[in-house]
Ligand binder design. Structure first.
Ligand code: CMX
Length: 436
């Protein structure tokens, strides 16, 4: 089979022509309308952007290029990246070629480590990761080619080059942040010939006598790679990239969005919440104790992290996949047992709380089921990664794959600069006045 570059070389012109034809034939058809509530409500449900790497169905969860997530959970991260970009799975040769690309590009420049070492000791690991990406922007091949002059049809080529450089370095930098921040110890280098997930696990330096931590890392990097285009991180990366900012600027911006507690940081918050309950009740809490604690959290005006979703209306299949891993590998772990018990209790609590909200004239909670962040932290914790401010960094190493795949395809299409129309409250008031 051809390499990733060769497959894209063949696919992208066809993809571009197909979209041009679609626009010529159907460009003026209406696919979405916007209510006033949606304009004020984070544009929830407005169909106004395109993402061809994956879709999230409210009742199905993540589907990557037509394949439901739980059917592809055995794929390794490098295969997922190939699939996101091309819609095809690499054969053994194409996969080996991609792994060699990562080997070749994995060297992190010394100035990145100098910068990270100079950062204040209370810098959040997400801030360290994003800073490291941004400082490497000087190496952007896209920026260099753009300034020399390049045809629009070729934009995707140096973007792919930038993407591969970022992706190869990201696990090295992320693991380096972990080692310098939490272990006060030396960095572990990328091992040539080892796959992406096992390499990341190895560079973190946590004990893994059975290889099951490496297995978890492959699963973790697979599950978090993409979640269509409208979420904060992907949407931000897309918007920044649409101005032809290069991949370093775009990815760093997207990951800054992932660092918010309502998005990727929820996994840190979630494990914190689980551990609080264990500490308060001196061991795995009973269902009644969890119910009481959940209501206490809600009544104090906080959200229950790891539950709810802007799009999903069922249990997130990523939660199910992690739960299955926990059942297989750590069924008696107290943190995992608490996660299981929370899953039994919290959806009902949220349902009751939602009913009370509605009676008080507030919005219902649209989805009471767990999302990806509800269980993943317990697994990391079991393997000795107990520093939960770091969890979103692991998420980032993975999510970069989806954002970069989307960026490359958008460059291939020559997607327009993002510029939705904003309106003022004054305009809304005037416009709705005479409407029925
Ligand atoms: N606990 C308490 N209240 C919740 C809730 C939860 N887990 N989930 C939703 N609600 C509340 C919202 O805060 C909102 O309240 P207000 O109207 O008072 O602002 C109301 O229910 C309606 O919200 P919604 O339509 O159900 O959900 P949104 O699309 O607005 O928000 C999300 C989605 C994920 C931000 C929200 O469910 C939440 O805050 N969950 C907890 C944080 C979390 O797990 N985030 C990670 C999501 C996955 C990811 O993106 O990484």
């Amino acid at each position: 089979m051809a390499t990733l570059q060769e497959v894209l070389q063949e696919q992208i012109p066809k993809y571009r022509d197909g979209i041009k034809k679609l626009l010529r034939e159907h460009g003026d058809k209406v696919i979405s309308q916007v209510t006033v509530a949606q304009a004020y409500g984070g544009m929830r449900g407005v169909k106004g952007m395109i993402c061809d790497t994956s879709v999230v169905g409210p009742d199905t969860g993540l589907i990557v290029r037509g394949r439901p997530l739980l059917e592809i959970k055995e794929l390794w991260p490098e295969e997922i990246f190939f699939l996101l970009l091309t819609g095809e799975l690499p054969d053994a040769d194409a996969k080996a070629a991609l792994q060699q690309e990562f080997d070749r590009r994995s060297q992190v420049p010394e100035y990145v480590w100098d910068l990270l070492r100079a950062m204040p000791p209370d810098s959040h690991p997400m801030c360290m990761l994003d800073t490291a990406i941004l400082v490497m922007e000087r190496e952007s091949i896209f920026r260099e080619w753009y300034h020399k002059g390049m045809k629009k049809e070729d934009y995707w080529v140096p973007t792919l080059d930038d993407a591969l450089n970022i992706l190869a370095r990201l696990p090295v930098i992320a693991a380096g942040i972990y080692r310098m921040r939490y272990k006060g110890s030396s960095l572990i280098h990328w091992t040539h010939g080892l796959d992406f997930g096992a390499n990341f696990a190895n560079m973190l330096g946590l004990p893994d006598p059975t290889g099951s931590f490496a297995k978890l890392m492959r699963l973790y990097l697979n599950f978090h790679a993409d979640h269509e285009g409208g979420n904060v991180s992907a949407n931000t990366c897309h918007t920044v990239g649409s101005s032809l900012s290069d991949a370093y600027y775009s990815i760093s911006a997207g990951l800054n969005g992932l660092a918010g507690p309502l998005h990727g940081l929820a996994n840190q918050e979630c494990l914190g919440w689980i551990l609080e309950t264990i500490e308060k009740f001196d061991g795995v809490p009973s269902e009644e104790q969890l119910r009481e604690y959940a209501f206490k959290t809600l009544n104090s005006g906080q959200v229950i992290p790891g539950y709810g979703h802007a799009v999903l209306r069922v249990t997130d299949p990523r939660f199910t996949g992690f739960h299955d891993f926990g059942v297989d590998h750590l069924p008696n772990d107290p943190v995992f047992k608490t996660v299981e018990r929370v899953f039994k209790v919290v959806p009902k609590v949220l349902e009751e709380f939602s009913a009370e909200r509605v009676k008080a004239g507030k919005n219902p909670i649209a989805n009471v089921w767990p999302n990806v962040d509800a269980g993943s932290g317990a697994l990391l914790y079991h393997y000795g990664m107990t520093e939960f401010p770091y969890y979103t960094v692991v998420f980032s190493v993975s999510r970069a794959m989806g954002m970069l795949a989307q960026l490359i395809l958008n460059r291939g299409l020559g997607t327009a600069i993002t510029r939705p129309k904003s309106v003022s409250t004054e305009w809304i008031k005037k416009t709705v006045k005479d409407m029925k």
